[in-house]
Ligand binder design. Structure first.
Ligand code: AMP
Length: 405
């Protein structure tokens, strides 16, 4: 049973509802380049409009470092959201003070107002209680729909839930349920595919996963350090010598926990990283000194497919090669297709997340074919690490408060 309340459990009929969203979408030259996060947020807006709530959206945008800076204004995002909603959305120049208060007072039932970037105030990231109280005074209830910001203990991601009746929005609920089904109470066997550049950034994640998964497929730059620890020469490949000891510990812990770690047996190498570079496929014990490992090889792809086949649940973070530079995208593309096929044909639950992973899956053309793709980067990783996310903890506290009152 979820330990947080959902939007439908609160009485929001006609109320002023403060909604923490993540409107931090990619932008270039003042234009939104990917509206996925906005589209995924729409069900919450629709549900609140059905309840004739007056909707006040709070969000950060970029890193303005606690100062007003027009480059980080939410105004361009509002016009895109406007088009998606199909009705005019109001905008206030500040998230506190007179501008915010006046704009909230003008709201009609079902209308939406976006307040300017919460990070224009240093108090947001400092999780300042007075600032949180000032924002809380604008509304009657708080809906947190920003899973992707839930790893931050900021005023609008955490403290607001202490000050108002609080619940998860539709996207937050969807994220928590999908991630819970994948890692907390998964159908077994459970496999994880972890790639990306460095082990040092994913150590906590690996330690947590070996406790939970039956199979851990490792690829990308981080696999090189595991290979080096087994005595293989990885040439000029990305490699973290200071992490060799750690990989040995992870290996022995995994063995004791009966988690199978699958490393590449063959790799794609080149002497330089450039598109269309001349490549060679070699066994991991035959990497020349002047070469770099830039992708997993065909035997590794086949072996990964075979080991993933019986999995009922698959979690994925991190590309298996330098997917941005073809032909080093092949391993990631083929495994992405294999995961999509297992999802469709065997009914496996597949969940992916984390910045580059989404780009890699989109590049492989399977972004819509997995069971669930998280909108979160850092929060997804911290959740995989088994950490308590402050935004979620605050919602749980609010739910306990509601149950005991
Ligand atoms: P991360 O943010 O840790 O998931 O790392 C993603 C990055 O890892 C991508 O930009 C990939 O190009 C990179 N990557 C994947 N495989 C390799 C490799 N074998 N060598 C160097 N970088 C890699």
């Amino acid at each position: 049973m979820p330990t947080f309340q959902t939007l439908d459990e609160l009485d929001l009929q006609g109320k002023i509802v403060l909604v923490r969203a993540d409107l931090n979408v990619p932008m270039k030259d003042g234009h939104v380049t990917d509206n996925t996060r906005l589209v995924r947020f729409l069900p919450t807006l629709v549900a609140l409009q059905e309840k004739e709530a007056k909707i006040v959206i709070l969000s950060h945008f970029g890193r303005p470092k606690g100062k007003r800076n027009e480059d980080f204004s939410l105004r361009p995002v509002v016009s895109v959201l406007n088009d998606l909603v199909g009705k005019p959305i109001a905008f206030a120049e500040d998230c506190v003070g007179e501008a915010a208060q006046k704009a909230v007072q003008k709201l009609q039932a079902g209308q939406i107002l976006v307040l300017e970037n919460t990070r224009f105030h240093p108090e947001e990231e400092a999780n300042d209680p007075t600032f949180a109280k000032e924002i809380a005074a604008l509304g009657d209830a708080f809906i947190n729909d920003a899973f992707s910001a839930a790893h931050r203990a900021h005023a609008t991601t955490a403290s607001l839930a202490d000050l108002l009746p609080a619940a998860a929005g539709k996207l937050m609920q969807e994220e928590l349920e999908a991630l819970g089904n994948a890692l907390e109470h998964p159908q077994k066997p459970l496999g994880a595919i972890i790639g990306g550049a460095k082990i040092s950034t994913k150590l906590d994640l690996l330690h947590n996963l070996i406790k939970k998964v039956d199979l851990l497929v490792l690829g990308g730059g981080m696999a090189n350090t595991f290979l080096a620890a087994q005595g293989f020469d990885v040439g000029k490949s990305l490699f973290e010598p200071e992490m060799v000891g750690t990989t040995k510990t992870i290996n022995s812990e995994a063995e004791a926990l009966k988690c199978k770690i699958l490393l590449p047996k063959d790799v794609v190498i080149a002497s330089e990283l450039k598109e269309g570079a001349e490549t060679q496929i070699v066994a991991v014990d035959a990497v020349p000194k002047d070469s770099m490992i830039l992708d997993i090889g065909p035997q590794s792809i086949a072996e990964t497919r075979m080991h993933l086949a019986p999995c009922c649940t698959i979690i994925w973070n991190g590309p298996l090669g330098v997917f941005e530079t073809p032909p080093f995208d092949r391993g990631t593309n083929e495994i992405a297709q294999a995961v999509a096929d297992l999802t469709k044909e065997s009914g496996a639950l597949s969940v992916a997340g984390g910045g580059d992973t989404l780009a890699a899956l989109a590049h492989a053309g399977v972004a819509k074919e997995l069971s669930y793709i998280s909108t979160a980067g850092g929060a997804f990783l911290e959740w995989l690490e088994g950490k308590t996310l402050p935004g979620i903890a605050a919602l749980e506290k609010a739910a306990n408060r509601a149950r005991t009152s």
